[in-house]
Write a protein that binds this ligand. Structure first.
Ligand code: KIV
Ligand code: NA
Length: 264
């Protein structure tokens, strides 16, 4: 079957079909998720935390993300691959935003880009979509602004619901093909989803969005420790890898590996 297109995602919304999205940053996860039928993969700037070991997404650059985008694109045949524009690569204005988006398309080879922001960045969304590059927007909690927001906090509670709605409407009007809603009350996400024609992709936004996204290391239990409330762990990769490494180490120390069958 062919690559997923943005219009397939719009058609899914019209049919009332929900779809999953995962982050991916490398060849093996990309090809496994692609074969498992995940239709959209995001090379998130969350690579900052989950690949490069930064404390926030703020430091990661386009130069760091682009090789990961290329790897994910090369390893997939069906999924639509979205490249996430990092902090500092689009805020200055539509010209900077379009220049970065073009780099992601030409050097990264992805099929769409994502940026964080609602009303504040409608000119950027319009410039990028105007050039023929599909844009996924991201409203509610936006990690690149965490120093202003004051940490990981639910957005859109009470009267602030109108702010989230206004942001989502603005990016849809500017031409975005989908919008991520991060850490907003379920009722707010439900309203946005009902109002917009474009699909909403929830993370910490309850069950009523058109799609759901998780960071793959959270989904598969590679990241350990306290996870946010919205994370569900579907596997214990940290436990499995730790066990494998311990057994390998023990066998090397004890002389159990390599055995005759591993030897030329
Ligand atoms: O970078 C990322 O992983 C994201 C998703 C969680 C939406 O932006
Ligand atoms: Na991101």
């Amino acid at each position: 079957t062919r690559r997923v297109r943005t219009r397939d995602l719009l058609a899914a919304k019209e049919r009332g079909e929900r779809w999953p999205m995962l982050t991916s940053y490398d060849q093996y996860t990309a090809s496994i998720f692609d074969s498992a039928g995940v239709p959209v993969l995001l090379v998130g700037d969350s690579a900052a935390n989950n690949v490069f070991g930064y404390d926030t997404t703020v430091p990661v650059t386009a130069d760091e993300l682009l090789p990961l985008v290329r790897a994910v694109v090369r390893a997939t045949r069906h999924a639509l691959v979205v490249g996430d524009l990092p902090f500092g690569s689009y805020e200055e204005g539509p010209t900077q935003a379009l220049r970065t988006a073009v780099r992601f398309m030409k050097e990264g080879g992805c099929h769409a880009v994502k940026l964080e922001g609602g009303r504040r960045y409608v000119e950027q969304v319009a410039a990028i979509t105007g050039a023929g590059i599909p844009v996924m927007a991201h409203v509610g909690f936006t990690p690149q602004r965490e120093h202003t927001i004051g940490g990981y906090r639910v957005q859109g509670r009470g009267d602030a619901a109108e702010e989230v709605l206004a942001d989502a409407r603005a990016v849809a009007e500017a031409g975005a093909f989908a919008v991520v809603l991060e850490m907003v009350p379920g009722e707010v996400a439900k309203r946005v989803t009902a109002e917009l024609e474009i699909p909403t992709v929830g993370i910490g936004a309850g069950p009523d969005t058109d799609a759901q996204v998780l960071v793959w290391q959270d989904m598969a239990g590679l990241r350990t420790g306290k996870a946010p409330r919205f994370v569900k762990r579907y596997a214990d990769l940290a436990g499995a890898l730790s066990q494998a490494a311990r057994t390998f180490a023990d066998e090397v120390r004890g002389g159990g590996f390599p055995a005759a069958e591993h030897t030329f």
